[in-house]
Design a protein around this ligand. Structure first.
Ligand code: GTP
Length: 655
């Protein structure tokens, strides 16, 4: 029955309906919604359809003076409300409910897709009694594959066979999304003529499920040898996951409660299926993430990208069902397993960089027919999955997986329009057999998601490595700079032969001491000493021995000084000791001690004693470094002249 948009006036009615409801023929031309449905029911229908596309659940009713009960379903199309009415046969609803509940429980407990679908088709077949119940799953190209089937009769087996996408045009798929149940009692039944109440009314009855099928659908089902059909959409989270078909070789009515029960079972099974798939995908994604996190955590030192690839290649290849993996970073390639050569990978990346600017993965199943890989030598490859690694906006790296060819034999229940010719008819299943070559296994949605996760993790790991390498370089440079500074300081302040202060440094120290003495009046002394007959040592034993004498002497003197006194090399074989806080007696005492100490020095290869002549000068107010050193020099020469190996004081002893 077709009502106007307000659900008040009848626009058309099927003579079969009036027959079913027991309305006499003579009344058929003056019917109203109330006279067909009763006042209360037609009011309820109006009320429940307000603002709704379809009734949330069917309404049951009976007509006065009859025992038969009826079920009413209604939905809106563009301008009309379509009301479908069918008899509710007195099948024990309670018994059905019990059976359905038990089956729902089993479905809710299934842990694998195959187990779940096998149980679903068997349960549906037992409920409806159709000859064949099949589940058809759509792939990404909308080809359908029969993945589960229960058989109870005379129709051929379809399990494992495919239906081409052309069998499921977009209009049909949309229709299933809006009206998930389609029922055809008898494929051959002629279309029902409607009794029109308003001549101009053009009525769209495509979505009725109690109607004879459209002629092309009718022909299609006849080709399949089907007379009775019930199909129910399996709605996934991103569109149709598949369809459940019930087919019979003979006309096959299905009572409304059974049909509703089947629908509930299918919905429940689809939910469970999606849950199982989501769990499986989550486990897979976790395994992919673990593969990197584990390796990153396993060591304190970050690994280089090449090391990472080397260590993880096997795990990654098995996770992504690939036979090779390559990592392209700043023009250099690390690879493992079966991959093209490095120059080919570089060329491929160059093309990818131009053609694929977004951050998602790029993939192909058919390298030979892919424009991006055209003319590149990739003889062992059929599939590529590549994900960019966004190290920085200017330079991206690429992680690339390779898959080999996977020759696949497809059995088409209906000849695919895309099938390469000649397609071979295979007896006895009457399926067309197509051998697909030159393609790899398809890259699944979850694999494309996982490779993005892996790409992000890998980017982090590589960045961590680069930062740590940079820090290492910085640290190395910092140390080199510190070493250079130290060497510079050494050169600036120390005599390279004896490693005691050089003239420049001891002069600095004397100047500082002069300032302190001037300010606080703290006396200090300079001891200038010179090795006696040093020229002779050089001449007799060679410069090497002479050097050795200077080094040993400096060590000895330095070691015997107080912490506040300093030794410096003044030049040649002359040294100076800056004796702080020293008056003349202390200075002379020190000079005598050094003189006799030096006389004990023994240098290998030298049999004569080493002696020094020392001149001592005490600070006087008004002294400069020059005057003070001048006096010490005079005293030292006096010591030389007086026979050497002695101490001379520049000043009169002031007591
Ligand atoms: N091996 C060595 N010899 C040096 C060095 N510096 C200066 N001389 C030498 O030390 C010698 C100093 O000789 P002279 O100034 O004649 O003094 P001397 O032979 O010690 O005689 P007196 O000082 O009068 O006892 C020179 O032959 C210099 O070449 C040095 O670093 N190593």
């Amino acid at each position: 029955m077709v009502l106007d948009g307000e659900s008040r006036h009848i626009q058309a009615i099927s003579p079969r309906l009036t027959q079913l409801l027991g309305i006499p023929d003579k009344e058929r031309h003056a019917l109203t919604a109330s006279s067909v449905l009763g006042k209360r029911l037609s009011q309820r229908l109006r009320h429940e359809l307000q603002g709704q596309q379809r009734l949330t659940s069917p309404l049951a009713f009976s007509r006065p003076h009859t025992l038969t009960r009826f079920q009413l379903n209604a939905y809106r199309n563009e301008r009309h409300v379509i009301v479908e009415i069918e008899p509710l046969n007195p099948l024990g609803k309670r018994r059905l409910l019990g059976t359905v509940n038990e089956r729902l429980m089993r479905i809710a407990e299934a842990t694998h897709q195959e187990e779940l679908l096998d149980y679903l088709v068997t349960a549906v077949q037992q409920l409806t009694g159709h000859d064949r119940v099949s589940v058809c799953h759509f792939d990404s190209d909308w080809h359908g594959l029969i993945v589960a089937e229960a058989q109870g009769g005379h129709l051929p087996v379809l399990l494992g066979q495919r239906f081409p996408a052309s069998d499921f045009p977009i209009t049909l798929r949309r229709a299933y999304e809006r009206h998930p149940v389609r029922l055809i009692y008898d494929v051959n039944a002629p279309a029902d003529m409607l009794l029109m109440y308003t001549p101009e009314a053009e009525i769209d009855l495509r979505h009725c499920f109690l109607r004879a099928p459209a002629p092309e659908r009718q022909r299609y089902l006849q080709r399949l040898g089907v007379r009775g059909a019930l199909s129910i959409a399996m709605q996934g989270d991103t569109g149709l996951w598949g369809l459940l078909f019930c087919h019979s070789a003979a006309p096959h009515p299905v009572a409304p409660p059974v049909r509703d029960a089947v629908r509930t079972l299918v919905q429940m099974a689809t939910q469970r299926l999606l849950l199982l798939r989501a769990r499986q995908e989550a486990r897979y994604l976790q395994r992919v993430q673990d593969s990197l996190v584990l390796s990153a955590n396993a060591r304190v030192e970050p690994q280089s990208p090449a090391q990472l690839l080397n260590e993880q290649a096997e795990t990654w290849c098995s996770l992504f069902r690939a036979h090779g993996v390559a990592l392209w970073l700043k023009g250099s390639v690390s690879a493992s397993g079966h991959t093209p050569t490095a120059p080919v990978i570089c060329q491929f990346v160059k093309r990818l960089e131009k053609a694929h600017r977004h951050s998602g993965p790029w993939c192909t199943r058919g390298v030979a027919s892919e424009p991006l890989t055209a003319s590149l030598s990739m003889p062992d490859q059929c599939g590529i999955l590549a994900v960019p690694l966004s190290m920085n906006p200017a330079a991206r790296g690429w992680l690339i997986f390779f898959r080999p060819e996977q020759v696949e034999t497809l059995y088409w229940a209906m000849q695919p329009t895309s099938a390469p010719l000649p397609a071979v008819m295979v007896a006895p299943s009457a399926a067309w057999c197509e051998e697909v070559v030159g393609r790899s296994e398809a890259w699944q949605r979850v694999e494309r998601l996982a490779v993005m996760d892996l790409g992000e993790d890998l980017t982090l790991a590589i960045s961590a490595y680069e930062i740590s390498t940079l820090n290492m370089h910085l640290e190395r440079e910092r140390k080199a700079l510190a070493d250079a500074n130290q060497r510079l300081e050494q050169l600036a302040h120390f005599d390279p032969l004896t490693q005691v202060w050089n003239r420049y440094r001891i002069e600095q120290a004397i100047e500082a001491e002069l300032v302190a003495a001037k300010r606080y009046g703290a006396a200090f002394a300079l001891l200038l000493f010179d090795v006696d007959h040093f020229k002779q040592i050089n001449d007799t034993h060679g410069h090497g021995v002479g050097d050795e004498v200077l080094v040993s002497l400096a060590r000895l003197v330095e070691a015997s000084l107080r912490g506040c006194d300093h030794l410096g090399r003044w030049g040649g074989e002359e040294f100076v000791v800056l004796a702080t806080h020293s008056d003349i007696e202390a200075a002379v005492g020190l000079a005598e001690r050094l003189r006799s100490l030096v006389a004990t020095l023994h240098v290998s290869g030298l049999d004569q004693p080493i002696t020094v002549s020392i001149g001592v000068a005490i600070w006087r107010p008004g002294d400069s470094c020059k005057t003070l050193m001048g006096r010490a020099d005079v005293a030292m020469y006096r010591a030389k002249r007086s026979g050497r190996n002695r101490v001379e004081i520049a000043e009169e002893r002031v007591l």
